[in-house]
Ligand binder design. Structure first.
Ligand code: ADP
Ligand code: MG
Length: 559
């Protein structure tokens, strides 16, 4: 064809495709779920954009997804009359992997297929999962409101071709030319079964051709094969676990099941429904500030409004996925309008309460799940101590840490555990921050605590310094860094000890003077300590000053 162009995939795309084909093979039917999910997103986007400009419907307002098999040509196609893509968007969205950190992600793969299959899931398989079952994929698409259509085709090697084409209908059709041996997907019954299982919750009709046997008259007509109602709008009692999980995979763009979820219908002065999920695993780019996250989607009266509405969730809950459907916002609500909106503020406050409650409940009743949650998202949740003053106490209860109680590298000790184990007369919650558990455990600062049997929390996450600067007390007990200021612990308990300490201090006066002279400006003060038992000396930060650990972090950050 005269206008056909050949493009090379971004290097990462090719590598990811190869990996996906190999590691996902045992779950190859995911392609259908992923393509239907994309079609549904495209319909959502069109319906939303048409709120402002209904000419985008182009006199074809009945939004749907069509799945068709061509047994002779061995193809399956998934079509929608959604928003579609123009040429640049096709290049950008299916010729590129827009996620930063993809290179690092690929480099981190082990080559062990079982393990990698899991990691690929974290990456989000998406459109490329087509190549698990197809050796050639053709996409034709036209963007709503634009004139020219475009055809994209690739065998998943290193290249794809682009060609303009006339396409009267808007939307997108993805045609899979099945690989040898994948004929099971030419069976309409098999496809219907997969839709029932994985895509029943899709809120638009999914249509397939009727089979001839029952009613010759109707054979070949389109019929709807899914329920076609938004899952969250149904009564909780009517929804089973598998349906919740299937919906999560669509809304969360995740391959794994979620860890847990909370589904709530709020009625009264304000009406909204929320269905919020906590994933099992953090996406590989959780801490990437540029990450395009799939957070919480906002719907208004069942109409999709926007992805990742950050006003709906505080930063420290950015791992939460799901939907919030409000009855009180206008359909034409914009991101700007959400900035300072009382309806949104109340929805957010209510949702945060629900999520923290869900976590509290999990911590209490499913400690193993909670441990899994904490190891993935603990450092993120802790940011809430700083960010969310209103819920600081609840978040503090959810914190888990390592401690000298068991020196366990898994963070398992709660602040309540700690307080329950405090020694008689112990007033404070002692903690030590360090870069690693090894560094924390071996710190000379701990010597006197170990000797006296006093537990110290060992905090080794990057955020801990910052968090502890905002966490001043728990259950009425103040926090005290073991590396800061004067400690009352070395205090003599008997007159004899007291005399001994005084004697030592007097004898040391000369030594202190000399040390002070030698160290000069580098230290603020040199004093005799009773906090050490084995080490000859240690550095202590000023009570009001930065700790040594934080100073190091700031230095690294170039401050
Ligand atoms: P994700 O859905 O997680 O964004 P995918 O790999 O599934 O990732 O899809 C990549 C992108 O390609 C989508 O974000 C979307 O912009 C575009 N896309 C895929 N399928 C369609 C479709 N049927 N209609 C319009 N755009 C689509
Ligand atoms: Mg997708």
């Amino acid at each position: 064809a005269p206008n056909r162009e050949t493009h090379g995939f971004q290097a990462e795309v090719k590598q990811l495709l190869q990996l996906m084909i190999h590691s996902m093979y045992s779950n190859k039917e995911v392609f259908l779920r992923e393509l239907v999910s994309n079609a549904s997103d495209a319909l959502d986007t069109l319906r939303f954009q048409a709120v402002a400009d209904d000419s985008l419907f182009e006199k074809d307002p009945d939004l749907a997804i069509w799945i068709e098999v061509d047994a002779d040509n061995r193809t399956v196609s998934i079509a929608d009359n959604g928003i579609g893509m123009n040429r640049d968007e096709v290049i950008d969205r299916i010729g590129t992997i827009a996620k930063s950190g993809t290179r690092a992600f690929l480099d981190s793969l082990s080559g062990d297929q079982k393990k990698d299959a899991h990691l690929i899931g974290q990456f989000g398989v998406g459109f490329y999962s087509s190549f698990i079952v197809a050796d050639r994929v053709t996409v034709t698409t036209r963007k709503a409101g634009e004139q020219t259509g475009i055809r994209w085709e690739s065998d998943g090697g290193g290249e794809y071709t682009l060609e303009e084409l006339a396409r009267p209908g808007r939307g997108t059709e993805v045609t899979l030319h099945l690989r040898e041996g994948e004929d099971e997907f030419l069976e309409p019954v098999r496809l219907r079964h997969l839709i029932e299982r994985y895509s029943d919750h899709i809120a638009f009709p999914i249509k397939m051709r009727t089979e001839g046997d029952a009613d010759e008259e109707k054979a070949g007509d389109w019929e709807q094969v899914n329920r076609g109602a938004p899952l969250w709008a149904r009564p909780k009692s009517d929804i089973d676990e598998d349906e919740y999980k299937a919906f999560y995979k669509h809304v969360g763009h995740d391959f794994d099941d979620p860890l847990t979820w909370t589904h709530n219908k709020v009625e009264g002065s304000q009406e909204y429904t929320s269905l919020l999920y906590i994933p099992k695993r953090a996406p590989f780019d959780m801490f990437d500030p540029q990450r395009q996250s799939h957070g919480v989607k906002l719907y208004v009266q069942r109409v999709f409004i926007m992805d990742d509405a950050e006003q709906l969730m505080p930063r420290y809950l950015r791992f939460v996925r799901g939907i919030i459907d409000s009855n009180d916002l206008p359909l034409n609500v914009s991101r700007e309008l959400l900035q300072s909106n009382r309806v949104i503020d109340r929805i957010r406050a209510g949702s945060v309460k629900k999520l923290l409650g869900l976590l509290e409940d999990m911590a209490e009743k499913r400690p193993e799940d909670y441990a899994a949650f904490w190891s993935e998202f603990g450092p993120v949740l802790k940011e809430g101590v700083v960010e969310d003053g209103d819920n600081r106490e609840v978040i503090a209860k959810l914190i888990r840490a390592s401690s000298t109680h068991d020196d366990d590298p898994a963070q398992k000790v709660s602040l309540s555990d700690y307080v329950a184990r405090m020694q008689p007369g112990q007033e404070k919650i002692y903690y030590h921050t360090a870069e690693s558990l090894a560094a924390a455990k071996n710190s000379p600062h701990l010597e006197v605590f170990r000797k006296k049997g006093i537990e110290v929390l060992l905090l080794t996450d990057r955020v801990d310094e910052w968090v502890m600067a905002h966490l001043t007390e728990f259950e009425g007990k103040a926090f005290q860094s073991v590396a800061k200021g004067a400690l009352d612990l070395g205090e003599a308990e008997t007159d004899e000890e007291k005399a001994e300490q005084e004697k030592l201090e007097n004898e040391s006066r000369d030594l202190l003077e000399r040390l002070k002279a030698a160290l000069g400006e580098t230290v603020g003060e040199v004093r005799v300590t009773h906090r050490l038992t084995d080490s000859p000396a240690c550095l202590v930060a000023d009570e009001a000053g930065l700790s040594a650990h934080l100073e190091r972090i700031l230095k690294e950050a170039g401050q």
